[in-house]
Design a protein. Structure first.
Length: 451
């Protein structure tokens, strides 16, 4: 049987772009020049690389209105970067993840390979070669495109069973997210043809956990002694933050804290990638409430990372999305107001609400008003009744009340903002490409990202 683990609680400018925008200095609670941080300063032992998938400047603006105050990352805004892939002006998460992990462009759909099919070295690989431990956290399946880009090399992002196999064969020390089915054989209801990767994980010295309680209670993991941690908290992806309380799944903040707790046992330091996966999925559905609630959950994870970095003083925290999703706007329909705060009253995703509709959709008004605290007009009710995709129609109605606009159900080519905190964080100031982010990290740590 696998051991069970508990996480010991941790004690707890922008940018030059095409227009002339002055660089913003860190606010007083950020490390200043007098403390030896910024361009000079302390040696970095740890890197926490946090990717809110699909998050762009308008997500940040709407989140500020949703929250009613600044977000924790606002003090640490440093740069702006482009995101195109090797074969498209608009990237997908595989190509963007590969660029952000390896410093090389590739084609959409490809993970850990360049456009010619050559295997690439990620910043995680480079840090492992220096004797550091490593980990991946995601709210999607852990084998999804963004986390996979830091470990795997496959020509098709959908080959998640092969990604899972490469994980267990790799040197990565901590894997936390969804996707249990990617590790089990078909005979046990999984997606692997024959392999049982949970058994192989046990042989590879992984401790396996499946619930929040198992993550919190149990034994410690000694990465110095070769012990590892695998947490798969759902058969597929984890629940959206709006519905996580109905499950036994840990939050992204709890997974981040547990990962730091385990990896920090390595005296040589660590690398941790944390993805807020479902911000992107909410954007694909134009679901403003889902988007904002998952941004809120991601912010709690960033707080965990920053709290650790402020005490440790040898940790660089880098936060940046892989691309925009949905073309969100701050304001819509000609209004001069943003009412994103009303999304605080929404308690379910549009998908969930649509699933509660009866066959003739005669209960649209009751269902939507139960989960949103809105009063729908007859015209809005009829629009949802007539829609080919009622979940999208519900989300559009809710977004209209919040004055949150959308321009797409897919990714866009918008430039993305980057936040950084810790020693050498000023190195991320300016306007650059997503491939420059791992290169900057590698330069700071004197690492090589060889193909």
């Amino acid at each position: 049987m696998f051991k069970k683990i508990g996480a010991i609680a941790l004690s707890t400018g922008l940018v030059l772009s095409a227009v002339s925008i002055p660089v913003l200095a860190d606010k007083p609670d950020s490390p200043g020049k007098g403390k030896g941080w910024g361009k000079g300063g302390k040696k970095i032992e740890n890197v926490i690389y946090m990717i809110p998938d699909g998050f762009s400047p308008d997500y940040a603006s709407n989140y500020r209105a949703y929250k009613g105050e600044e977000a924790v990352w606002d003090n640490h805004l440093k740069g702006l970067y482009t995101t195109h892939s090797a074969n498209s002006d608009i990237t997908d998460s595989a190509a963007a993840g590969t660029a952000m992990a390896t410093g090389e462009k590739t084609n959409n759909g490809v993970i850990g390979l360049d456009a010619e099919g050559n295997e690439l070295t990620s910043i995680l690989d480079a840090m492992e070669k220096k004797g550091k431990s490593s980990g991946l956290v995601a709210t999607s399946t852990i084998t999804h495109a963004t986390p996979a880009s830091f470990v795997a090399n496959v020509d098709d992002r959908n080959n998640q069973t092969e990604i899972a196999r490469q994980y267990i064969a790799s040197e990565v020390d901590v894997l936390l997210g969804g996707g249990k089915n990617m590790f089990l054989p078909e005979a046990e209801g999984g997606n692997q043809k024959e392999l049982n990767l949970l058994e192989e994980a046990e042989d590879a010295n992984f401790t396996y956990v499946e619930t929040r309680d198992q993550l919190e209670d149990g034994t410690d993991i000694d990465v110095e002694d070769g012990e590892k941690l695998l947490g798969l908290f759902a058969d597929d992806a984890l629940a959206p933050e709006l519905h996580r309380g109905e499950t036994e799944e840990p939050s992204i903040a709890e997974m981040t804290e547990a990962s730091i707790d385990v990896l920090n046992e390595d005296k040589d330091g660590f690398f941790l990638m944390v993805e807020g996966s479902q911000i992107d999925w909410a954007g694909h559905d134009n679901d403003a409430a889902w988007a904002m609630s998952d941004v809120e959950a991601f912010e709690e994870a960033v707080k965990v990372a920053l709290d650790f970095a402020k005490k440790d003083r040898k940790t660089l925290v880098v936060v940046g999305g892989d691309h925009d999703t949905g073309g969100m706007t701050t304001g819509s329909n000609g209004s001069m107001e943003v009412n994103a705060d009303i999304l605080q009253e929404v308690t379910a995703t549009g998908d969930h609400m649509a699933a509660q509709l009866n066959q003739d959709r005669s209960n649209v008004k009751e269902v939507v008003e139960e989960y949103t605290n809105l009063t729908l007009t007859e015209e809005e009710v009829q629009t949802i009744k007539d829609a080919s995709e009622p979940s999208i129609a519900i989300n559009q109605v809710v977004s209209d009340y919040a004055n949150v606009g959308w321009t797409s159900l897919n990714h866009t080519g918008a430039d993305i903002q980057l936040y950084a905190y810790g020693p050498k964080s000023d190195e991320f100031s300016g306007f650059y490409d997503n491939t420059d982010i791992p290169k900057k990290i590698a330069d700071i740590l004197k690492l090589k990202l060889d193909k």
